[in-house]
Design a protein around this ligand. Structure first.
Ligand code: G3H
Ligand code: 13P
Ligand code: ZN
Length: 308
């Protein structure tokens, strides 16, 4: 299959009432686990790459890996830049062949965010690439930027409408209480579904994106910790809340932390189970299998993007 933009994917997702999973990659095993799950469940998928992941894997390797995934599968794959910090980061991704970019101007004031988003939209659209922006601010760590809980803020629904109209952006990441990383809530998980409803009423069928949407499954955390890990106070967004977010209009759900925990747990276990092993395939193989299992679980039981 060819690499596609998210335009048609989102349209089908709204019509079918399901969400598209957007999964972060930084190496071959993670990409293969994701694409194998997508292929097996018959789900279209967004493969996303942060600027630091792009730097780690190196642009040419990354691009060729994704090209291989496209060639080797029958599903639709979109290649998306996650949290592009500025116009230059987005332009680099567009010029590399990404089909979708996110300009994260959420650290700017409202007018500044509009200005930089418009600039990216103009360039990306001229090359047939779609753009996601962010309004409101999530707490947590992303690409070496650490946003404290006090500096985070929910999306204002009226501003969301104005923002979309003024920028011409194709999708919008909203802040309703999720955050990046493994420690999302200090007490019970809680999302502001009222805000989501209001945004959806003002922007019917406009593609909304939920970042910081890992579930941080307790059994995955336990496996890490049972094998020498020290993940403390880990807590995520329960599957049921993600289903509700999708029901209320979210059509792209971002997951990175769950993949990191799944991968790390299996590597730790493999080392623990067999300290004499020094063959990377014997610890990266189980990690790849676990990525596939977690992604397939989400596609079938949470997002509903499966056609098989
Ligand atoms: O939203 C952030 C993603 O989890 C990517 O994180 O910048 O460490 O690759 P990263
Ligand atoms: P998590 O940290 O919850 O996996 O969120 C990932 C994300 O939003 C990537 O943009
Ligand atoms: Zn994010």
């Amino acid at each position: 299959m060819a690499l596609v933009t998210t335009k048609e994917m989102f349209k089908k997702a709204y019509e079918g009432g399901y969400a598209i999973g957007a999964f972060n990659i930084n190496n071959m095993e993670i990409l293969q686990g994701i694409v194998d799950a997508a292929e097996e469940t018959g789900s279209n998928v967004i493969v996303q790459v942060s600027s630091s992941a792009l730097k780690y894997a190196r642009p040419t390797y990354l691009k060729k890996l994704v090209e291989a995934a496209v060639e080797d599968s029958t599903i639709d794959i979109a290649l998306h830049l996650d949290h592009g910090a500025d116009f230059e980061a987005c332009k680099t991704a567009v010029d590399l062949g990404f089909t979708s970019v996110m300009i994260d101007g959420s650290h700017h004031d409202f007018e500044g965010n509009i200005a930089v988003t418009k600039e990216v939209v103009e360039y990306a659209h001229s090359k047939g690439v779609v753009v996601e922006a962010e309004l409101g601010r999530l707490a947590g760590v992303e690409d070496e930027v650490n946003v404290s809980a006090e500096d985070s803020s929910y999306t204002d629904p009226q501003q969301a409408k104005e923002f979309v109209e003024k920028t011409g952006v194709d999708s919008l990441a909203i802040a309703i209480g999720t955050s990046h990383g493994a420690n999302k809530f200090s007490g019970e998980p809680k999302l502001e579904f009222g805000i989501l409803k209001e945004i959806m009423e003002l922007l019917p069928n406009f593609p909304l994106v939920l970042h910081g949407a890992s579930s941080v499954y307790p059994e995955a955390v336990q496996l890490c910790n049972d094998n020498g890990g020290e993940l403390k106070g880990a807590c995520g967004v329960p599957d049921e809340m993600l289903r509700e977010a999708n029901r209320l209009g979210v059509c792209k759900i971002n997951v990175d932390t769950d993949l990191r925990i799944a991968f790390t747990g299996q590597v730790r276990k493999a080392f623990n189970d067999n300290p004499a092993n020094f063959d990377p395939r014997k610890y990266l193989g189980p990690a790849r299998d676990e990525i596939k299992r977690v992604v397939a679980h989400k596609m079938i039981n949470v997002f509903g993007s499966n056609t098989k």
